[in-house]
Design a protein around this ligand. Structure first.
Ligand code: M6R
Length: 365
């Protein structure tokens, strides 16, 4: 049932505080440690891994891009994140020293499952992050970590994404503690910050006016561009996918630093640009990119942390999110983009939950 909401997508967006909370907090023991139920890698296993691959499709791939950041930061092992349908047919160097992490809400995606099987045959350790108990991917993986998002019905993935990122971060933290690449202090401190996420997501859900206003500005447009750097570029890809699949507006995500290498030619009077500027160390760079598009007439709507008020001088509209750690911010910052997609879709009178031509789980190649 839709539990009083007009569609599953909106219900599922609203279930994210709870989904993130369940995925994280129900696994924290009395000493404040995360318990990775379903994962049994020892320090020896971790020492044996010299490369990690995160492979997935669509939104799960976008979560995997963020997982790469966390694993590289904490575990200090090189990580390659790729799209399953590309990875399958590439010379990917997977071997017995590889850990292959498959991320899949449904656990049934054909290309992701094929990568699991190929990688297993090559002797890699296989870890699945999935939302569906008993799914094909969960049955065939060596290690399974479940997102506790609850059933996701809408074709557009929302709560699966935020719980997948949460899971990847939890895994990165625990592996790093086990391997000795982070201090216990940093570990506990990060967990404490993660515990604040449900409340921060809730505060975005409670303040939707700006998001609605932005939706009104883009509903009749043909193209929307999403810009970001680093973590924000991964987020831009997710925001863009969400918008295009439920609103049928052509949207693209660009790395802001690539603007001058071609993209900026597309900007004309009134072109909507959603600029994601949540990263402290890249903030000034983003501001100057926003200035560049604004000078060419773009309508700039930005997403920024509350304390970064200086985005206002280069934005037509600002959607503020609560201040967050740079690494954790995507779990909060994606929510306004999910809502934006939802609003545009409903304003256009479209079927939000079942966009044309799409299926919830892609079991054909
Ligand atoms: O079930 P999976 O996580 O393996 O599905 C992957 C993609 O098909 C899925 O995320 C798709 O991109 C969604 N429609 C995005 O909203």
């Amino acid at each position: 049932s839709k539990g009083g909401y007009d569609c599953f997508m909106l219900k599922e967006i609203n279930e994210q505080p709870e989904g993130v909370k369940n995925t994280l907090e129900r696994r924290i023991d009395e000493n404040g440690n995360i318990v990775l139920d379903g994962i049994h890698l020892t320090k020896e296993d971790l020492d044996n891994i010299n490369r990690i691959y995160i492979v997935a499709c669509g939104t799960a791939y976008h979560a995997g891009l963020l997982g790469k950041n966390a694993l590289e930061k904490y575990l200090k092992v090189p990580v390659i994140t790729d799209i399953a349908s590309e990875f399958r047919y590439s010379d990917n160097f997977v071997d017995e020293h590889s850990l292959v992490i498959l991320v899949s809400q449904s656990g049934e995606t054909a290309d992701t499952l094929a990568v699991l099987r190929d990688s297993k045959a090559k002797g890699a350790k296989i870890l699945a992050i999935t939302n569906v108990v008993g799914s094909s991917i969960s049955r065939e993986a060596d290690e399974v970590f479940y997102t506790w998002a609850g059933p996701e019905i809408a074709v557009a993935s929302t709560k699966a994404y935020t719980t997948q990122i949460t899971s990847l971060y939890m895994i990165a933290l625990n592996f790093a503690l086990e391997k000795g690449t982070i201090t216990r202090e940093e570990y506990l401190e990060t967990i404490e910050k993660m515990k604040e996420l449900p409340e921060k997501i809730q505060s975005v859900l409670d303040n939707q006016d700006k998001i609605k206003e932005t939706a009104e500005k883009i509903v009749s447009k043909e193209h929307v561009f999403f810009l970001g750097r680093g973590v924000d570029y991964s987020l831009a890809m997710e925001g863009s996918l969400k918008l295009k699949e439920v609103s049928y507006i052509h949207s693209e995500a660009f790395a802001a630093g690539e603007l001058k290498h071609g993209t900026i030619a597309l900007i004309e009077e009134g072109t909507p640009v959603i600029s994601i500027a949540t990263q402290e160390n890249l903030f000034e760079k983003m501001v100057s990119n926003m200035q560049e598009v604004k000078a060419r007439g773009a309508f700039v709507a930005s997403i920024a942390q509350e304390h970064n008020r200086s985005v206002e001088k280069v934005s037509d509209e600002v959607i503020y999110i609560p201040n967050c750690d740079d690494m954790l911010v995507p779990i909060v910052a994606v929510v306004p983009m999910q809502l934006l997609a939802y609003y545009v879709s409903t304003m256009k009178g479209l079927d939000v939950d079942k966009p044309r031509n799409l299926a919830k789980s892609v079991t054909v190649e």
